[in-house]
Design a protein around this ligand. Structure first.
Ligand code: FAD
Length: 234
């Protein structure tokens, strides 16, 4: 990601550290972003790629995107037993694990919690999540993991597309033709990032996809109530 950023900067991209707090519009377009610092940005094209916050930005123009934050917790553990080299492993329960240094990283998304931000994973639902849920799942795949030492756990938030768990790319507002999004990556956005960046640039600058036709990933499927779920990953 740092490499992408450096390359973008070398091509003239200017990164600002600020927060969009409002969008001004004309009849058919977004004209200006109002920033928390008091500065304002005008532009021909606006991209709402605010991750778990895309819904807040969408609301600034009266639009809605079905994306909500879902807390996801990961764990690092060590195992005293010798274990043969492992690849990344993921099974249909959603549990995943991979080697990391002298230990292992993994977790299992919960589908029981309500969407929303959870900033303290040491209390509440996730307080004993590893012991109660994850441990049995990883030991089921690798029996030697019945004897492990959990060293740390940390949380983040998936930008979960509540509609079908898949990305949304393109225009999403009936009223603003220069407003685009790439959002709802639901926990698998890093792997898509280079292709999505190119697709979004083509859509915004050329008016249509050039390299890969990703129109199936557009907001129209939400309007049509036609989910396009990703079967291979949750
Ligand atoms: C625990 C966890 C594990 C994951 N594991 C994987 C994995 O193994 N593989 C994978 O491919 N993906 C993984 N992901 C998902 C991946 O991290 C995301 O899909 C990806 O980061 C989404 O990128 P994004 O650019 O859409 O959003 P983000 O990376 O969230 O970027 C959004 C940006 O918008 C900014 N922003 C928000 N509101 C405003 C505002 N009002 N004004 C200005 N800026 C704003 C934010 O500060 C942020 O910088 C994981 C996510 C989590 C939480």
């Amino acid at each position: 990601m740092i490499g992408f950023r450096k390359k973008a900067e070398s091509l003239g991209v200017n990164f600002l550290r600020d927060r969009v707090v409002g969008l001004e519009t004309s009849n058919s377009a977004v004209t200006r972003a109002v920033l928390q610092s008091g500065n304002q940005l005008t532009g021909d094209i606006f991209l709402n790629t605010a991750g778990t916050w895309v819904g807040e930005i969408a609301a600034m123009t009266g639009a809605e995107l079905p994306v909500k934050p879902m807390c996801r917790v990961q764990h690092f553990w060590r195992c005293a037993h010798e274990i043969e080299p492992l690849p990344l492993i993921k099974d249909e329960s959603g549990v995943f694990m991979r080697p990391e240094g002298e230990g292992f990283v993994g977790g299992c998304p919960s589908w029981e919690i309500e969407p929303g931000y959870i900033w303290d994973i040491d209390r509440g639902y996730f307080a004993n999540y590893f012991e109660d849920t994850v441990w049995a799942l990883i030991a089921n795949v690798v029996p030697k993991f019945e004897t492990i030492k959990l060293e740390r756990s940390w949380g983040g938030h998936y930008a979960q597309n509540m509609f079908d768990g898949n990305m949304i790319i393109g225009r999403y507002s009936d009223d603003h033709e220069n407003l685009f999004t790439a959002c709802g990556f639901s926990g698998h956005g890093i792997m898509h990032a280079p292709a999505v960046g190119r697709a979004l640039a083509e859509l915004a600058l050329d008016g249509d996809f050039q390299t890969l036709d990703l129109s199936r990933m557009g907001f129209q499927r939400v309007r049509d109530n036609a989910p396009y779920a990703e079967a291979g990953i949750r």
